[in-house]
Design a protein around this ligand. Structure first.
Ligand SMILES: *Cc1c(COP(=O)(O)O)cnc(C)c1O
Length: 263
């Protein structure tokens, strides 16, 4: 038998109904996170409502998506196209006899955030299903996303992912190069420039990085007033991110527990 996480756990697209114990656990974690986000916002002299929580459900089963939505978080983030498509399918598919009336409602209410690196050949799938893509980092991707959004006759929100540590393997555009990408998004008929996203470098104080992102955001909104989103902060650093203007914190582990390691 393989000991891959997907055989140890409930299949990612198995039962859509969380167990009562799991629902309770997630609801409690949602409450605690809300309180922590609220405190961080107030400490920064900001309105708690100015910070949205994006629940990152990657590697967790579709029943956990239902659980976070039932606990009131309807912004959901995924980072792998294949896994996400399977969950979308599961949530919209009424065929398994187990789906209750509540679940299509949950699916319809969700706002999907795509937070992972997008291969150009997957851009069509991302453009078809996402509401906000956090990880736009190159001109070829802008073109592919616009084409995909046009094909599905929809508008797609885009954040420019900034690379803060020069580690291009994590994706992101350098701080000196975001303007060309911003112009391209703004000119694309089916895309809307919505702001910036970044992941703080590992193992160092994230504050200087988040300050830099806030600085880029100020420059961007000077040219594009609608592009106000600042997507920074994860489980370990969201309070610091909120002190530096984050409008969208992307939180996985604090809500759902440690992720299974996926190779
Ligand atoms: C996984 C992931 C997150 C969530 O990280 P946690 O530490 O589990 O909160 C946030 N942003 C991105 C881009 C991710 O890939």
């Amino acid at each position: 038998m393989s000991d891959s996480p997907e055989t140890q756990r409930e299949p990612l697209t198995g039962s859509q109904t969380p167990t009562p114990a799991r629902q309770r656990e997630i609801s409690e974690r949602v409450e605690r996170l809300r309180e922590a986000v609220r405190s961080a916002a107030l400490a920064a002299g900001r309105l708690p409502e100015s910070v949205e929580i994006v629940a990152v459900t990657k590697y967790f089963p579709v029943s956990d998506v239902v659980a976070v939505a039932s606990a009131g978080l309807t912004n959901v983030g995924e980072n792998r196209v294949q896994e996400w498509s399977a969950k979308l399918q599961a949530l919209s598919d009424a065929g398994d006899g187990e789906l209750t009336a509540a679940h299509p409602a949950v699916a319809a209410e969700l706002t999907w955030h795509f937070i992972g690196q997008v291969q150009t050949n997957k851009a069509g799938a991302v453009a078809a299903g996402a509401d906000l893509v956090h990880s736009v980092d190159r001109l070829s991707l802008v073109k592919a996303l616009n084409k995909g959004a046009a094909r599905h006759n929809r508008q797609l929100g885009c954040l420019i992912q900034l690379s803060l540590d020069g580690q291009s393997h994590r994706g992101g555009v350098g701080l000196d190069a975001w303007q060309a990408v911003a112009d391209a998004i703004a000119e694309a008929e089916h895309l809307q420039l919505a702001g910036v996203m970044a992941v703080a470098p590992k193992g160092v104080d994230p504050a200087p990085s988040f300050a830099e992102v806030q600085h880029v955001s100020a420059a961007m909104t000077a040219d594009f007033p609608e592009a106000r989103v600042i997507s920074t902060g994860m489980s370990g650093d969201f309070a610091t991110a909120i002190a530096y203007g984050s409008t969208h914190v992307r939180v996985g582990a604090s809500l759902l527990g440690p992720r299974p390691v996926v190779g």
